[in-house]
Design a protein around this ligand. Structure first.
Ligand SMILES: [Zn+2]
Length: 354
């Protein structure tokens, strides 16, 4: 039996802690919704961002842009729930301004192939982190992409990210990614995680921080002292003040290896989104309850939305966990609304529940 409350819209209004709005804020119409879809792909990240379309061509704003960050683990069309989700909702001739891969791990990039195969993609972004032949094959598909008859534009590596123009109403900032000097960033998978592109979007007074799998500590370290990418984000006072965000896509699926206390205080989110599934990592499933508890202790009012909502209770496995626990957030620059689902049914967070 599933609990399906009638109310499924959580409305957040701008608090007194809001950031300085960009110039364009006053001119964002109340109906100009920016949508961010966190798609349930099982274990992995798959995010689709849609800007509002005002129907006016060439005015440089509200152009109905499509952007993706990651795409989940399934590269083949038949099993790609990210592609299926987009095809059910996007125009068949939709164009994607940007396909972004936060870092080249298997739970993040393969699903982006669906977007590349079925839509025109104009720009591709990643951290230029090498990760073997399978990722190289993925890059071959990226390079063969055309947009308006021109080759796709590649923005690989931190210094090539630039300032994407997804409309003047939306501010885009790369806060971290792909360290040029990997000293202190760990090795192997940890080093790749710490090369995650960390991106912040600001729309009016509302802001969204996408962490990829950036880490802040070793699993058994105390949460008081940040290391790795979190230490670097917090070491720069300019970046630290920019971490404050309305919505945080939690780092590394809510693993204990991220979300140190100084980082949580700096971001101070009102909404937490966890992209995770039922993949066992040596007997551990993500998110770690201890990580979510730190956010609840910091702010008992924080709302946590998960793409593995109720999956453990439902007995789902890594093969059956992409069951429609999508989290859709929309904002008109003044307030943020959330429609979340559990196995396709409306679901709402009522308290901070780690
Ligand atoms: Zn991951």
């Amino acid at each position: 039996m599933r609990f399906a409350p009638a109310l499924f819209l959580i409305v957040l209004t701008t608090s007194s802690r809001a950031q300085t709005p960009p110039r364009d804020t006053l001119s964002i119409p109340d109906t100009a919704w920016l949508e961010i879809h966190f798609v349930d792909v099982g274990q992995g990240d798959a995010i689709w961002i849609r800007t509002w379309n005002d129907g006016v061509a060439d005015n440089g704003r509200f152009d109905g842009r499509n952007i993706t960050i990651d795409g989940g683990p399934n590269g083949s069309d038949g099993s790609n729930s990210f592609l299926k989700y987009i095809r059910e909702r996007a125009q068949p001739d939709a164009r994607f301004d940007a396909v972004i891969v936060s870092h080249p791990h298997d739970d993040h990039y393969p699903g982006a192939l669906g977007v590349l195969r079925h839509y025109e993609v104009c720009n591709y972004y990643d951290g230029d982190t090498p990760n073997g032949s399978r990722f190289n094959q993925f890059l071959d598909t990226v390079r063969s992409e055309q947009c308006d008859g021109h080759p796709i534009r590649l923005h690989r590596g931190r210094t090539n990210f630039g300032t994407p123009d997804w409309g003047s109403e939306l501010q885009v900032a790369l806060l971290w990614g792909a360290p040029i000097d990997p000293t202190g960033m760990g090795s192997g998978g940890t080093l790749i995680n710490n090369g995650s592109l960390v991106i912040k979007l600001t729309y009016g007074t509302q802001s969204f921080l996408f962490m990829g799998d950036a880490e802040g500590k070793e699993r058994d370290d105390p949460a008081t002292t940040p290391r790795y990418a979190e230490a670097r984000l917090l070491s720069d006072s300019v970046t630290e003040s920019r971490l404050k965000s309305t919505v945080l896509k939690i780092a590394h699926h809510g693993s204990e290896t991220s979300s140190t206390l100084p980082f949580i205080r700096a971001v101070d989110p009102e909404v937490l989104v966890v992209s995770s599934g039922r993949e066992s990592y040596s007997g551990t499933f993500l998110p770690d309850r201890s990580t979510l508890q730190r956010y609840c202790t910091h702010n008992p009012q924080v709302r946590i939305y998960r793409t593995d909502q109720d999956d453990a209770a439902e007995g789902r496995t890594a093969a059956t966990d992409n069951d429609g626990d999508h989290v859709v957030i929309r904002t008109n620059g003044k307030r943020t609304e959330i429609v979340a689902r559990s196995a396709g049914q409306p679901w709402t967070a009522t308290a901070c529940t780690p």
